[in-house]
Design a protein around this ligand. Structure first.
Ligand code: AMP
Length: 342
């Protein structure tokens, strides 16, 4: 009997709850330090205890997953804790296209795919000398916003870079990627692309609450200026958002362009399953996208019982975890599992 497995973090609870509701056995690869937490949830059938998640690359862990006929659902923790090559070397079947995760992690490849999809992307700045106006310096990989900073000049950039170096967060310029700051209201657009039905589903929208930047509004400007601290963009949680209905047509159009471009550029089927376009809406309702995630995002944790958009699409309360499990069930029934796993 096929089981659904994932790493114990990020969105594992909704993934395994959805899988259980769809009749799968559920397996959690769980760090020993989190065992107590995850034992609280009765929909998790089995725990494979590890010291670190990288153990899924080892024979003793992967053979247990093979024995349980597991399909692994990848999420942000997998991306942040393993290199692209390690992810590509995983032997057990991964739901979705593991080859697209390299496009998510590599800034250059990411930009290429987004431009090909005709998304409006902030300009990247090739050298601190070229900073002209408000820019954001971001670390490579899935750093989760920690150590990011805003800057308006080369001098200010160097001061903040040196503070991060002395904090041990970065080694030097090559650890930072500079991009124009996109003004507006942030929105993280969650989609599901069914490779079985060849259909794009819009799932929901969230906003991220990032520390310290989202707490700054509570500190008066005078005190802000007295604090010598670089506010970071570290995600702490998510809150829901619904969009003006007039924005929805373009939301679908952007998602469809993304799926089409991924099919052209990325081997093994392009974009399969959940993904997210991340950016801001400006005062004209134009969306500028600074990121994508090519797998389930933690913002979908908001919608375990469905979102305002999933309620319109599905005849039952639908979480992203459940949607994934349904896709696997459907693919198995139609004998098309190979279309949705890599
Ligand atoms: P990222 O790692 O690119 O998802 O960025 C983490 C956070 O930094 C985002 O959630 C935004 O709050 C912020 N951010 C990243 N890039 C930009 C940008 N170009 N303009 C404005 N905010 C950004």
């Amino acid at each position: 009997m096929t089981s659904i497995a994932t790493l114990g973090s990020h969105c594992s609870l909704q993934v395994l709850k959805g899988a259980k509701d769809e009749g799968f056995r559920t397996v959690l690869v769980c760090e020993k330090k989190r065992e107590r937490l995850y034992r609280r949830f009765s929909f998790i059938d089995e725990l494979i205890l590890v010291d670190t998640f990288n153990e899924i690359l080892d024979q003793h862990c992967s053979s247990q997953l093979v024995e349980k006929d597991s399909i692994m659902i990848p999420h942000g923790t997998l991306i942040s804790q393993m290199t692209s090559s390690e992810i590509e070397s995983i032997k057990i079947p991964i739901f979705g296209n593991k080859w697209i995760l390299r496009w998510e992690s590599d800034r250059k490849m990411k930009e290429k795919l987004m431009i090909e999809a005709k998304l409006h992307v902030p300009k990247s700045i090739s050298s601190p000398k070229e900073i002209n106006g408000l820019c954001i310096a971001k670390r490579h990989g899935a750093a989760g916003g920690k150590g990011y900073f805003l800057t308006t000049s080369k001098k200010d950039y160097e001061k903040k870079r040196d503070m991060l170096i002395s904090d041990g967060l970065i080694k030097g310029d090559s650890d930072l990627y500079l991009q124009e700051y996109a003004y507006g209201v942030s929105a993280y657009l969650q989609y599901f692309h069914s490779a079985i039905n060849e259909q794009l589903e819009f799932f929901g929208v969230d906003r991220r609450y990032e520390s310290d930047i989202d707490g700054l509004g509570r500190i008066p400007a005078l005190q802000q200026m007295e604090i010598n601290k670089i506010p970071s963009f570290n995600v702490v949680g998510n809150s829901p958002l619904v969009l003006r209905e007039s924005l929805l047509d373009e939301v679908y159009a952007m998602g469809e362009r993304f799926v089409t471009s991924a099919k052209e550029l990325v081997s093994h089927g392009g974009m399969i399953g959940p993904f997210c376009l991340e950016g801001v809406y400006d005062d004209n309702g134009k969306f500028t996208s600074f990121e994508f995630s090519a797998r389930i995002v933690a913002g979908t944790n908001l919608y375990i019982d469905g979102s305002p958009y999933s309620s319109l699409t599905y005849g039952e309360p639908m979480s992203m975890g459940k949607r994934i499990a349904k896709e696997i069930k459907d693919a198995k029934k139609k004998d098309q599992l190979q279309k949705i796993i890599t």
